[in-house]
Design a protein around this ligand. Structure first.
Ligand code: G4P
Length: 306
């Protein structure tokens, strides 16, 4: 039977006051830079986007970076890259944990900055380094990326006498500096589908959402993407398959998640499946589909009213 319960019930929200403050602060940061790097999770490029990102970025040159591409479905990542390119955006898929794609990122930012440098030259303005910032929701990999880029930069500049690394700006390329503090934006918690996917990928703390509802959605998505995968992984017989509830019950039984009376400890079964998804045991599953209808969010509504 189809499940109608949709709410993920996040109990921690970004309140309007926090959002307004974060927006103000990041707008101030953005004023100081020439190019903006927006970091998204390659598994959920739509759900991991901040609802007011375009307002925050304004007219600044902007690059979309799909991080954690190592965890996403490669074909889906290609589709997402094409999707953003079609919107006229510069886009790149990277894995900032290993640093794969970081060089291309630096090059892409330098390319986006070139017209600005040319303009300075034409106006006879003394050229300074081009500056950039990384923006994104919590856990999308901002610090990992900054550390990787800054680490590489530190090695490059270490042997230059008198060259000390600034407190705030890190040199990451030829005439390119990165703000070493990321801009933290809030996620789309009001959009229940996005909230569930943020929970699945670990972007929302495990204490603040309804695991039952999230896991139903995850099981349905895994099943839809690859109907044989759960049966193979958990060695389920045909009669043990079914909807998300039946699957969970069967997985729990197979994995020995039993409490007294032979009842399945569903909570334990849910945690096993969630850990398996996060540890790549259920494949490289991209949860956001390029062709899915985006849901209207309460955030959008609130924002329109401001
Ligand atoms: P944030 O600053 O945006 O909040 O995110 P942060 O860099 O702290 O990264 C959040 C988690 O995502 C970290 O895992 C980090 O290692 C992981 N991560 C970041 N980029 C990538 C990537 O491209 N691929 C993969 N597979 N993981 C990535 P963690 O479990 O919280 O920490 P740790 O165990 O890795 O130290």
């Amino acid at each position: 039977m189809a499940d109608t319960k949709q709410d993920v019930f996040p109990v921690v929200h970004w309140f309007p006051g926090h959002m307004a403050k974060a927006t103000r602060m990041i707008k101030e940061y953005v004023k100081k830079v020439d190019v903006v790097i927006e970091l998204l999770d390659a598994r959920i490029p739509r759900s991991s986007a901040n609802p007011v990102i375009s307002e925050v970025v304004g007219q600044k040159p902007h690059i979309v970076v799909l991080n954690k591409a190592d965890l996403a479905n490669p074909q889906a990542t290609k589709e997402w890259v094409a999707y953003f390119e079609k919107q006229g955006l510069t886009v790149l898929a990277i894995d900032s944990k290993t640093g794969k794609g970081n060089k291309q990122l630096v090059k892409a930012v330098e390319r986006l900055a070139q017209p600005i440098i040319d303009k300075w030259k034409n106006k006879g303005i003394r050229s300074r380094s081009v500056r950039t910032i990384i923006l994104g929701i919590p856990n999308v990999g901002k610090s990992t990326l900054i550390n990787k880029l800054a680490g590489a930069a530190a090695t490059r500049t270490a042997d230059k006498p008198g060259h000390t690394r600034g407190q705030q700006w890190v040199k990451i390329g030829k005439d390119l500096e990165l703000l070493d503090t990321p801009g933290v934006l809030w996620p789309k918690l009001e959009d229940q589908r996005a909230a569930a996917r943020l929970a699945m990928t670990g972007a929302i703390s495990d204490d603040v959402y309804d695991l039952e509802s999230v896991m139903k959605q995850l099981l349905n998505q895994v099943n839809e993407a690859n109907p044989d995968l759960l049966a193979e992984r958990y060695k389920l017989k045909p009669e043990e398959l079914g909807d998300a509830n039946q699957l969970l019950e069967s997985i729990g039984r197979r994995r020995g998640c039993l409490v007294s009376g032979g009842i399945v400890d569903l909570e334990k079964a849910r945690r096993i499946v969630l850990a398996d998804y996060r540890n790549q045991k259920l494949g490289n599953l991209t949860l956001d589909g390029v062709n899915e209808e985006p849901l209207a969010t309460e955030d959008d509504t609130k924002h329109d009213e401001e």
